[in-house]
Structures are given as C-alpha cells and as structure tokens.
Ligand binder design. Structure first.
Ligand SMILES: [Fe+2]
Ligand SMILES: [Fe+2]
Length: 193
C-alpha cells in the first residue's frame, strides 16, 4: 500500500484501532469457549496474549483505558462460521495495521503479528473448504454474510475528522484488499450476481 496518510491521522487511527483490537481480543476469548479443531486452541491462547499486548500498547499511547465488557460478543458456535469471523476480523485488523505503520513505523511488530494471525486463519479456512460438502458451503454463506456487513463496519472504523479527506479512498482500498483475500480462497464461489 502506498503511503497516503499524514502524521496528523495518528491519533484517529490509534483510537479506531484500539476499538478493533478490543473487539479482536473478545472474539478470540469467546472462540476459546467453542469447539475448535485440534491445534487451534493453542494458537488462540498465544493469539489472545498478542492482542492483549497490542491493546495495552494503544492504551498507553493514547493514555486511555478501554472499558472491559462483561459479556463477550456473540460468536457462532460452528467452526466453519467461526473461522470466517476470525479470519475476516484479522484481515481487517491487518489493513489497519498497514495504515498505522504509515504514520507510526515503530509499530511494525504489530503489523507482523497481524500477518501471522491472518495466515493462520487463512490456512484454517482452506482446511474447512478442502473436503467440500456442507461445512464448505456453510463457510461460503458465512463469508457472503460477513462481506455484506463489512461496509458499515469499515465506516465505523474510519470515523474521525482527520480521516475525512481520505475516507472514501481508504474504504475502497480496504474493501478491495479483503475482497481479493476472500475471493482467492474461493469463498465467493457461487456468489449470486
Ligand atoms: Fe492485534
Ligand atoms: Fe490480530
């Protein structure tokens, strides 16, 4: 991604990303209470620690504390749907991490963590799709539903005056990048035109 954002966007980005990280952390916590394939739980535990560290880093930089939520967000219990949510949110997190390093290059390690998270879930999505059948079909349906909600999610994440001049271009870039990711995994196969 080309450099697009000036340093004046840093606070707005950190504030949005703080919310996204809090959301990712809760999602990962909630996923650990579900039935997941062998090996995934170990990754989720490490993943949770990394998201908690990212959150702490943003809280420190912003001098705020995000509010702990008592109830975890509702996550699907079926793995084929849950994996799409986790993959989608991590893909979105990665897009924000790419923006963040434009204005704050010393957050590069966060970008690297997000690349690892995305790659892990990408691989898990492939495993769900490979045998075909109802789980693969369910995953594709979840992906389409998740994709339909994405524009409003991205809008929420791009609020803030300093981001206004860049909003439509940023939104288009983020959506395009995630579309390519989903499409290359064949998640949009059979999508109604
Ligand atoms: Fe993160
Ligand atoms: Fe992440």
């Amino acid at each position: 991604m080309d450099v697009l954002l000036p340093p004046s966007c840093e606070t707005a980005l950190l504030e949005r990303f703080l919310k996204a990280e809090a959301m990712a952390l809760w999602a990962v916590r909630s996923a650990q209470a579900k039935e997941v394939p062998p090996g995934v739980l170990t990754f989720l535990r490490r993943h949770e620690e990394e998201e908690a560290k990212h959150l702490k880093e943003f809280e420190t930089r912003l001098g705020v504390q995000s509010h702990a939520r008592e109830t975890l967000p509702r996550m699907p219990s079926q793995w084929w749907a849950l994996v799409i949510h986790l993959f989608g949110y991590e893909a979105l997190g990665l897009e924000f991490a790419k923006l963040l390093v434009q204005v704050q290059p010393d957050l590069q390690s966060i970008l690297e963590d997000e690349q690892v998270h995305v790659a892990f879930f990408e691989n898990e999505v492939k495993k769900v799709l490979a045998p075909g059948g109802s789980a693969a079909e369910g995953a594709r349906q979840s992906a389409r539903a998740w994709w339909r909600r994405l524009p409003s999610t991205v809008d929420r994440y791009l609020e803030g005056d300093s981001l206004m001049p860049f909003r439509s271009e940023l939104k288009a870039r983020i959506m395009a990048s995630i579309f390519i990711r989903f499409e290359s995994l064949t998640l949009f196969n059979d999508m109604a035109q």
